[in-house]
Design a protein around this ligand. Structure first.
Ligand SMILES: [Zn+2]
Length: 314
């Protein structure tokens, strides 16, 4: 796949992206977040719209407030509630008084947006597009830029630098495919993603992401036919990751594929027959550095879900 790279962005300042649009890159770089979460600042008639406040980091909150400078923050908008996007929301809201906009069904029990958005809702020129898959409450936002045309804030659904993790049960591979197909039917010329640089001709990448997943799915079915059955075996076979964090991410993706195939009646789960637990949720800020410092709950989930066994349906 043709992913983009960029050199490390300057820290602590707003970088120009497009006319009227700047980004502050949060200081949370990792194998899951690239150089960090992009917090976008968009100038409008009533002040700034901030898309994705970013991680819970006081320095980042200060960076965003400094970048806003004299412009009032009119609203805080979330693409989804993973902590590297939601974390700074409370502090930015306390500092600015701005209302928080997000999908009407928050995936985080402890968070509710002030303004609940549905697919197709329009706020200050931003059209919400529900794009679940990476996260159940994921919204992308279409927006017209004068002199450029329609662009899409694509969050972590489509990122310029990497494919997205789909971690069940909040992450859902059936929904992810549908949300990619949804974008293929749209016509935005530029995507601004939650991590990484600006993406031009974005549907080329969307097509590649979709065919990449279809190939993975075919490989999983072939491996099951050949006698492999556990999620851990399949993840090892498909991904060959050595970094512990990426190993966990790979296993979540394989599990997501298998649950999609089971949903379609093409595979059956042999054992155990319990459902995938909703906790702990794996997203960009998890798992930590290595096996030793990984939370026991994450390790337990990794082992439990790794031992799940599937077979091709008769
Ligand atoms: Zn993210």
């Amino acid at each position: 796949m043709t992913f983009l790279t960029e050199s490390e962005p300057a820290r602590g300042i707003a970088l120009d992206v497009l006319p009227g649009i700047r980004r502050v890159v949060a200081r949370n770089p990792s194998v899951m977040t690239y150089f960090g979460t992009n917090t976008y600042l968009i100038s409008g008639d009533d002040g700034l719209t901030v898309i994705d406040p970013g991680p819970d980091d006081d320095q980042h909150v200060q960076d965003v407030l400094k970048a806003a400078a004299a412009e009032p923050v009119a609203r805080l908008v979330l693409t989804h509630t993973h902590s590297d996007h939601l974390g700074a929301t409370a502090k930015l809201q306390a500092a600015t008084g701005a209302r928080v906009y997000g999908y009407r069904h928050s995936a985080k029990a402890e968070f509710e947006p002030d303004v609940k958005l549905d697919d197709g809702d329009i706020v200050a020129g931003f059209t919400a597009v529900h794009t679940p898959g990476h996260a159940a409450d994921h919204l992308s936002f279409a927006y017209d830029v004068a002199g450029i045309g329609a662009i899409l804030f694509s969050g972590d659904h489509v990122m310029s630098w990497s494919s997205s993790i789909v971690s069940p049960p909040d992450g859902d591979m059936v929904a992810y495919y549908k949300s990619l197909e949804l974008l293929l039917a749209r016509h935005e010329a530029i995507y601004l993603s939650g991590h990484g640089p600006l993406l031009r001709q974005p549907r080329d990448l969307v097509r590649q992401l979709l065919s990449h997943r279809q190939r993975r799915e075919a490989t999983i079915l072939a491996a099951l036919q050949a006698g492999q059955s556990s999620v851990a075996e399949l993840a090892e076979h498909l991904y060959h990751k050595t970094d512990y964090r990426l190993k966990i991410a790979a296993q979540r993706n394989v599990l997501a594929h298998l649950l999609k195939l089971a949903h379609e009646g093409r595979v059956v789960q042999l054992e155990p027959d319990d459902d995938v637990s909703a906790e702990p949720v794996i997203n960009e800020d998890l798992p930590p550095e290595d096996a030793k410092s990984t939370k026991p709950a994450i390790v337990a989930m990794f082992l439990h879900d790794g031992a799940r066994r599937f077979a091709v349906a008769a």
